[in-house]
Write a protein that binds this ligand. Structure first.
Ligand code: 3PG
Length: 405
């Protein structure tokens, strides 16, 4: 069903101070602290380029409290400046005097980035719209902005204040990323068909478990091909790997995996071989010969062949989280082969997350995939048919500000 929402063309934004809520939450290298890729920043730049006559305040969260990727946005501002080819001011503040003064003194065509929204307690919580409007964060910021552009599609499933709080306070519309994602997903939902194959990898085990639950509940996961850390959790649940995997809340996740397998063993495919790191580089071992505490960085070639067969027979394939550490040449095999299998599949293909969208570009096959989204959890919730708080906020804004302002 088409979504009621305003776009940049529906609001008079020339000369106005615009709060632009993007999602430039980016993986951070654990040792160097540098941003690993720029996919979401490049997306955000598309909307900023269309706001050339406005005074743009760019805002995003980054990481989660207590995690290594919970950092300030100075590196993001520097990267955005490079991408846009024009200055991006940065202020180490979110809604204190420094941020508000910087916002007030912006000139037309200038871009300011405020710091990580999750440095404020309120942005780390979820609110009903009326409660979000009463947070200190929204009360302060809304007095210093004329309009809001919601473009954080990948945060659409979080009802944090900057996602749901502005819609009825200042004229609010969707940015280019939200528009593009919804257009593409609308098309996909109208043509997708079974069997539904989901390929899950990467290190965010909790998120992948939530994805499995949501997709199963909506009959969108006939076969789930597991890899990465989530694959190891399932192998542990099957008693095929031992030892500590170093995952937060590991015991609970292993129990959850066991329960999912018991409910429907045929639904899940786990790796039969993996690639581990040894001094000389990559070595493939079968799962039964896996040494304790080995660094598993990719799936092995037998697993790749098996998974490729499922992908080729699918009506719809959805991949979230890379099968291996593809940033390293010797561990990119699984990710490259499975993405290429998706590229040549006759089914509908959807790839989710900034990491995988960089991988697609690296292998030069991004135009062979039906929809490449930088979103993770939000996309899963959308595909699973859930109502997303950001979309509801856009609908409320369309009702409130529908006539041109
Ligand atoms: C994401 O990467 O999925 C979004 O930025 C949301 O982040 P979160 O899962 O930490 O809320």
């Amino acid at each position: 069903m088409p979504i009621r929402m305003l776009t940049l063309e529906d609001l008079e934004l020339e000369g106005k101070r615009v709060f632009l809520r993007v999602d430039i939450n980016t993986p951070v290298h654990p040792e160097t602290g540098k941003l690993i890729e720029h996919a979401r920043l490049e997306e955000a730049a598309l909307t900023i380029r269309d706001l050339t006559d406005s005074k743009v305040i760019v805002a995003s969260h980054q990481g989660r409290v207590g995690r290594p990727d919970y950092i300030g946005l100075a590196p993001h501002a520097a990267a955005l400046q490079q991408i846009l080819g024009k200055p991006v001011k940065f202020v180490e503040d979110v809604f204190g005097p420094a941020a508000l003064e910087a916002a007030d003194s912006l000139g037309e065509g200038e871009v300011l980035m405020i710091d990580n929204l999750r440095f404020t307690a309120e942005e780390n919580q979820e609110y009903k719209p009326a409660a979000a409007q009463s947070t200190h964060l929204i009360r302060k910021l809304s007095k210093h902005v004329d309009a809001c552009v919601l473009d954080a599609f990948s945060t659409a499933h979080r009802s944090s204040p900057t996602i749901v709080g502005f819609a009825e306070l200042v004229p609010t519309c969707a940015g280019r990323t939200v528009g593009r994602e919804l257009r593409m997903l609308d098309r996909i939902v109208s043509v997708e068909k079974g069997p539904y194959v989901t390929v899950l990898g990467g290190a965010k085990v909790n998120d992948r478990m939530e994805a499995i639950d949501a997709l199963i509940a909506n009959n969108r996961a006939d076969k789930v091909l597991l890899s990465g850390l989530v694959g190891l959790v399932f192998l542990k649940a099957l008693g095929k790997v031992r030892g500590d995997l170093g995952v937060d809340g590991e015991q609970k996740l292993v129990l959850k995996a066991r329960q999912l397998i018991d409910e429907d063993p045929e639904r899940f495919a786990v790796p039969i071989d993996v690639a581990i790191k040894v001094d000389s580089g990559r070595r493939e071992v079968s799962v039964s010969d896996l040494p304790p505490n080995a660094a598993v960085l990719d799936i092995g070639s037998k697993t790749v062949e098996r998974y490729e067969r499922f992908i080729k027979g699918a009506g719809t394939v959805f991949m979230s989280g890379p099968p291996g550490a593809f940033e390293w040449e010797e561990f990119s095999y699984g990710t490259e082969r499975l993405l290429k299998a998706m590229g040549s599949s006759l089914g509908t293909t959807i790839v989710s997350g900034g990491h995988l969208s960089s991988a697609l570009k690296k292998y030069g096959i991004h135009d062979q995939i039906d929809h490449m989204s930088t979103a993770g959890g939000a996309l899963v919730q959308y595909l699973a048919g859930k109502r997303l708080p950001l979309i509801e906020a856009l609908e409320r804004a369309a009702d409130r500000w529908g006539a041109k302002r």
